[in-house]
Design a protein around this ligand. Sequence first.
Ligand code: AVJ
Length: 325
Amino acid sequence: MQAGVRGESEKKEKGEIAEDVLKGLSGKPKKLPSKYLYNDEGSRLFEEIMDLKEYYPARCEFEILKDSKDELLQYLKNDHEVYVVDLGAGNGIKTFILLHYFHRRLPLKYLPIDISKLAIDEVVQKLKLKIPELQIEGINADYFEGLERLKELKDVKKLVLFLGSNIGNFNIREAIEFLNHLHKSLNKDDLVLLGFDLKKNPVTIRTAYNDSKQITEKFNFNILKRINEELGGNFDLKKFMFYPTYDPHTGEMKSFLISKESQSVYIKALDKTFSFDTWETIQTECSNKYSLDVIIDLAEKTNFQIENNFFDSNHYFVDSLWKVK
Ligand code: AVJ
């Protein structure tokens, strides 16, 4: 058995977060990159989100993976070595469904990649107990660092998982850039399973990001808390409100933290004061919702062939299986 965690993304991140916060809060409109929502606390809160009754994407994808694991297996069963690479694995619970089914049937190795070191440590620990004979190597890295690691893997078949509509946090231009990059990191016939949240009743979507337990609110506020803690900011969280809103035309589910009064915030690590007008917004997330047309177009533009689309019974969500052409 092989199990370990490697990664150096934490140190690198320190300087990067300062730079990104400076840029994001100096811009008009103000924005903070959503990847900074996922420190240890944020990753824990996101796990709570996945258990919420309003947050349908998690349940849809469980259903999809449960129902399509055997069909997926058929694409891999003739390969002499299969690496399942899990980009943004989080707690890896969804992937367990596949690993549990695959590991007796395939020569399998699992590479979870996540920006939270704690999430990766936990996934590796949990899997050691659940499937002791599984080969696993956890990698603490962001997506782009993760892709660099993929290039090292030649001569093995890869199934890259990018689940949970993680791709939805990119706008179309960024998604294309990411998929091009992914394509370059893979070899012909490698596979990618991409989770996309589909357009649906807008109320269902908005409610998923505006839950009654206010966990999503806490999750978004955590980014200000993180700036206070890591960069010596003095954000007074009470002076902001959480506002999620869905545009059914563009399919953009945006979340904002809005300043309820005119105020200034000092950030020590940047030695800079940022001023906020009354009702000025900071965008913290944008989760794009897709139509099948856009998904097909994305695959075409980035040189992937769509092998299969796996839907949940409500057609709320799709896990789209792509092959490197
Ligand atoms: C992890 C980016 C897929 O956009 O649905 C959930 C994050 N934010 N609820 C999403 C999230 C608020 C989630 N992703």
